[in-house]
Design a protein around this ligand. Structure first.
Ligand code: FEO
Ligand code: CA
Ligand code: CA
Ligand code: CA
Length: 686
């Protein structure tokens, strides 16, 4: 956010018709007037409206190009349309794609490991010992599998660049590297391996898996030209899955479906876990997503009173950590059927104030939350965009009722408890409508099992089903670009998609794509992120553009190294330029290249030209890119190194990042990327 890039932004985002973004916004403003006249009103108030969903109208071609009505604006990929003479807005030497056990950055750059899994972050903490680590040790150490990172300057403010807080998510446990006696199971197929791991687990091991998850806040300082964690800072803290009391706030607080034997009030949940990505609010708190929480429960749901709700929350699927429920009964749904309702939320914490309670913001809905990119409306309300990262799930938006108080940040404490949650309905004609998830409206009534707004937010997916929301190819990060307000949506992949539609134009989409959402309003001034109707376009179809079977579209100047696959996190540097991190998971064997961080142009003729900046070691994803306010340090998480590789074990891992000690397994880490000459990351740009 911020006005400093307004001018340059207005020149950017040229459309295929040659219109500047400013002209495009002007056109959309005219459309908004049409909306005000009520043309859309009945349709969007009740939901997506008949035939409004992508794929429900005429069957689109790959770019939604078939059978259009006269004058319809057809959403299509903006990549591949640029001129070969376009100018790339970054300046660095692209690194080669490929796969090996090392982390790679461009010539002239340096990557320093700042915080790795198990590093002490409190007085009295033991050093990391992967063979003898306990939950008590982990309570004083940096957690596992770092994902989202945010750099929060100390003192707070836009100029801080040498001291700050790193606020970092810890997504899931890498069981094979937490315990050194599972190597003999590595050759088993997944289902058998999971079954064989179970008997080797016990309560202490489950406690360790719970202790390494959640979130860490760690003070970092730049000393003698390098970033260092401050082990003794009073601001350092761990939030984990087993000890941290978290206050339930918003419409589900205290609701009977949130009550359990351990918490009859339904107002205090112990812990948060599977924290994937997140966002920083305009008032300097951090929002973190509870993503695939279902993976940590066990138990047959058949016959439970909430069977249907649990089924919609994927509780019938095979689970990755079923042993949690064997050794910690609250994760056994047959014993505690309401416990699952207490996860799958956006959690807000204040890194600057360890005394401030951590809160689950239930007004923002319950699903597999990836992240919480946000922006302000012209009148100061906060808008949070949220993807639900499962195959064929939806994109959501929350708009606060109240306005942000910029003078007293504490007065924003309840801002996320009241507002409107809505879900995205993509139309083939390039319109995007936001259908409100409002109790009592349309199908969200008692006859359909929604007795109050708590039911709506707890079963947000089912509410969205009834509204006719558009299933997407695993929505990950959703981030408004500062200045332009264009919202980039990363759809990571969806190999199980059987039917293509306009917003998901490829069947068996193994490589993912990016969408660009265009809210109405003038860029940098009054982009209206709360508007009921946006426009949308396909931005990039990922994968290898040289392989005709892939159906990818890349800018003609993108090199053989620069195309990306399975976009996950999206970030902007202080110059407003786009960076995209990838997470192919086990799909990496389809590309033969490790995950990376890509610099991506968004403007004019260069739009969606991408270039490989950083490459992770084998089996890792790249996550959580964030920048210092001066743009001279990039923090990024190298998550689960060595995991997504067949036969990679504690004793013989595919990589030993970051220690490269022959006795040690790999571990996730946050690295600080800097230029040797101290210049801005990605070059000076324009
Ligand atoms: Fe945890 Fe959606 O990536
Ligand atoms: Ca991950
Ligand atoms: Ca992610
Ligand atoms: Ca992912």
């Amino acid at each position: 956010m911020g006005g400093r890039h307004e001018h340059e932004s207005e020149q950017g985002w040229q459309t295929r018709g040659g219109a500047t973004l400013a002209q495009l916004f002007e056109r959309r403003m005219q459309r908004r007037e049409a909306i005000a006249l009520g043309i859309w009103t009945s349709a969007w108030l009740a939901g997506c409206g008949a035939g409004a969903r992508a794929g429900q109208g005429s069957t689109p071609g790959r770019h939604g190009s078939a059978a259009r009505g006269a004058g319809a604006e057809v959403p299509r990929s903006r990549a591949g349309r640029g001129a070969a003479s376009a100018r790339f807005p970054f300046d660095f030497q692209e690194i080669p794609s490929g796969a090996d056990d090392r982390l790679h950055v461009p010539v002239g750059y340096r990557a320093d490991v700042i915080l790795a899994d198990g590093d002490p972050i409190a007085k009295g903490a033991k050093p990391w010992d992967p063979r003898r680590r306990t939950a008590a040790d982990a309570a004083l150490q940096f957690g596992s599998n770092a994902d989202f990172t945010a750099f929060l300057p100390l003192p707070p403010g836009p100029d801080g660049a040498a001291r700050g807080l790193l606020s970092v998510n810890h997504e899931h446990p890498s069981t094979r590297f937490l315990f050194d006696d599972l190597d003999d199971l590595a050759g088993l197929p997944w289902v058998e391996r999971q079954a064989a791991i179970g008997p080797r687990m016990n309560a202490a091991r489950v406690a360790l898996e719970q202790a390494v998850l959640g979130h860490s806040v760690v003070e970092v300082r730049r000393e003698a030209g390098r970033w260092r964690a401050q082990v003794d800072s009073p601001l350092n803290r761990r939030i984990d899955a087993r000890t941290t009391p978290i206050t339930v706030a918003g419409p589900a607080a205290g609701h009977r479906r949130m009550q359990t034997a351990a918490d009859p009030t339904g107002r205090t949940v112990i812990g948060t876990f599977h924290n994937c990505s997140g966002g920083v609010t305009p008032w300097g708190t951090v929002l973190i997503g509870e993503e695939n929480f279902d993976n940590h429960f066990r138990g047959d749901i058949k016959g439970l009173p909430n069977e249907a709700s649990l089924r919609r929350a994927y509780f019938e699927n095979r689970k990755s950590w079923p042993w949690w429920g064997e050794h910690d009964p609250r994760f056994d749904v047959r014993q505690h059927p309401n416990e699952p309702n207490r996860f799958g939320w956006i959690v807000e914490l204040d890194p600057y104030d360890p005394e401030e309670p951590v809160r689950k913001r239930t007004a923002l809905g319950r699903f597999s939350h990836e992240a919480a990119g946000n922006a302000l409306t012209p009148d100061g309300r906060v808008v949070v965009y949220m993807g639900d990262d499962k195959h064929g799930e939806y994109l959501y938006r929350f708009v606060s009722t109240g306005r942000v108080d910029r003078r007293d940040r504490r007065r924003n404490r309840e801002l996320l408890d009241e507002g409107e949650l809505s879900v995205a309905c993509f139309s083939d004609d390039g319109t995007l409508r936001w259908a409100p998830l409002r109790h009592g409206q349309g199908p969200l009534v008692a006859a359909n099992g929604f007795n109050d707004q708590a039911d709506v937010v707890i079963d947000a997916r089912r509410a969205a089903d009834l509204l006719g929301a558009t299933p997407l190819d695993r929505p990950e990060d959703v981030e408004p670009q500062p200045g332009t307000g264009v919202v980039i949506v990363a759809l990571t992949n969806n190999a199980v998609r059987e039917r293509a539609d306009a917003a998901n134009p490829r069947r068996h989409n193994r490589f993912g794509h990016l969408l660009a959402l265009l809210p109405p309003g003038a860029p940098g001034k009054d982009v209206d992120h709360a508007a009921p109707v946006f426009r949308w376009e396909l931005a990039l179809l990922a994968g290898n553009p040289a392989d005709a079977n892939v159906g990818a579209e890349a800018h003609p100047s993108t090199t053989e190294h620069g195309w990306l696959a399975s976009p996950d996190n999206v970030a902007y540097d202080p110059a407003g330029r786009l960076w995209v991190a990838t997470d192919q998971g086990s799909h990496w064997t389809d590309t033969g290249r490790c995950d990376g961080l890509y610099a991506v142009a968004t403007d004019g003729d260069a739009a969606f030209w991408s270039r490989l900046f950083l490459r992770a070691p084998l089996g890792a994803e790249v996550a959580g890119p964030s920048f210092t306010p001066d743009g001279r340090t990039l923090f990024v998480s190298i998550q689960h190194p060595g995991v997504d590789v067949q036969g990679s074990t504690f004793g013989k891992p595919a990589t030993r990042f970051p220690d490269y000690d022959p006795e040690l397994p790999p571990r996730a880490a946050v690295v600080a990327i800097e230029r040797e000459d101290g210049g801005p990351i990605g070059g000076p740009g324009r």
